[in-house]
Design a protein around this ligand. Structure first.
Ligand code: SAH
Length: 354
């Protein structure tokens, strides 16, 4: 039994079944017992290893992609460099390292981070303090400057709601209690969800569709900012162009576990529906590109060979394995996808296609 389980059960007993989004939000970000607020979540010790923790090459190549886009847009002398969901700060540290010799980039950058967990903010502060990061509460608070943004595995951590399609309409899947245990059921009354109207023609009775209202709101604000002020956003995540069915996943100590089994101890995520994420944005978006393809286009093989020259023994083996892990279709290469947002007056950032 985890510390959060009795608290969640008490809430459900008092006020009735809760939306999946409420359960997810509590499990991930509860101030005392939430996953991101308590665990040593990433890295070899944590439950899952993210791309920047696998190899420096990930951040270096994406940093150069962002910097190239900054050059293509006329090297604005003041701009916001933003990361959303920076985790341990490794990705941003690699981006800043890779761009250190590019004249005007560091001096023009105002580093901003969007991070909900105070514990992770502290880690980020430790790692990035020479660059004087500022933590933003929301995109709307950012100054009117071009924004160059990166987010890796950010949107898949935001809470989703699930709706089941029935002849009577969309019924929300809710978490209640059955014999004292958590149990997912379906609300008896349908919910009117206008944003799911476009899916009615393609789903069958019993199909589950997920929505991530928080992710869409952030993408919308980001798109507006990019269109008005310039810049670009590179968004990399676990997901697909339109998702269908239940994609919720719980990972505990490197293994997939039952979704409701360890509230607060397991990492919870859902696949990102990129079509929904980029629908109706004010700016343009690129095609959805598999991570492996993007990294190849950005030159990972050449970079991997250059780094390999300095390595031998176990370090070399690990480096070769890391390259494969990031790019191979059977590993992270096609499960993870990337999309770029950019102003409608410019071309897609290097590595992306329109
Ligand atoms: N980008 C990092 C970490 C990904 S994990 C990497 O690639 O290693 C998800 C990150 O998003 C964590 O830093 C988590 O605390 C943060 N996060 C989750 N929900 C958030 C929210 N609602 N607002 C801001 N940050 C959030």
């Amino acid at each position: 039994m985890t510390a959060l389980a009795p608290l969640l059960k008490q809430r459900i007993a008092q006020t009735g079944p809760v939306a999946i989004s409420e359960y997810m939000q509590t499990c991930l970000l509860h101030p005392k017992h939430g996953y991101y607020t308590t665990q040593a979540v990433f890295g070899q010790q944590g439950d899952f290893v993210t791309a920047p923790e696998i190899s420096q090459m990930f951040g270096e190549l994406l940093g150069l992609c962002l910097a190239q886009t900054w050059q293509d847009q006329g090297r604005p002398d003041r701009f916001i460099l933003l990361e959303m969901g920076p985790g341990r700060g490794t990705l941003m540290a690699d981006i800043l390292h890779a761009t250190r010799n590019l004249e005007g980039f560091h001096t023009g950058a105002q580093l901003h981070l969007l991070e909900a967990s105070p514990q992770l903010r502290a880690l980020q502060k430790e790692k990035l303090y020479p660059f004087q990061p500022v933590w933003a509460e929301q995109i709307g608070d950012l100054a009117d400057l071009p924004i160059f943004c990166i987010a890796n595995e950010f949107f898949d951590a935001l809470p989703i709601r699930q709706f089941q399609f029935e002849t009577t309409g969309w019924h929300e899947r809710l978490i209640g209690l059955k014999d004292g245990a958590f149990h997912i059921g379906v609300s008896s009354a349908p919910t009117h969800i206008p944003s799911l109207g476009y899916r009615v023609g393609e789903v069958q009775t019993g199909d589950i569709v997920e929505i991530n209202t928080g992710a869409q709101a952030i993408a919308k604000q980001l798109g507006q900012h990019i269109e008005m002020q310039g810049g670009a956003a590179l968004l990399i995540d676990y997901g697909d162009w339109e998702t269908l069915g239940d994609t919720l996943q719980a990972v505990y100590q490197h293994d997939i576990t039952e979704f409701l089994s360890a509230p607060g101890l397991a990492d919870l995520s859902a696949h990102v529906d990129f079509a929904a994420l980029v629908s109706n944005l004010a700016c343009k978006h690129s095609r959805l590109t598999p991570q492996g393809v993007l990294l190849e286009r950005l030159g990972i093989t050449t970079r991997a060979q250059a780094l390999a020259k300095r390595l031998k023994g176990t370090a070399l083996d690990q480096h070769i394995a890391a390259h494969k892990r990031l790019t191979h279709p059977a590993e992270m290469g096609s499960l993870f996808k990337a999309i770029a947002l950019y102003p409608s007056t410019t071309n897609a950032p290097t590595g992306f296609t329109e």
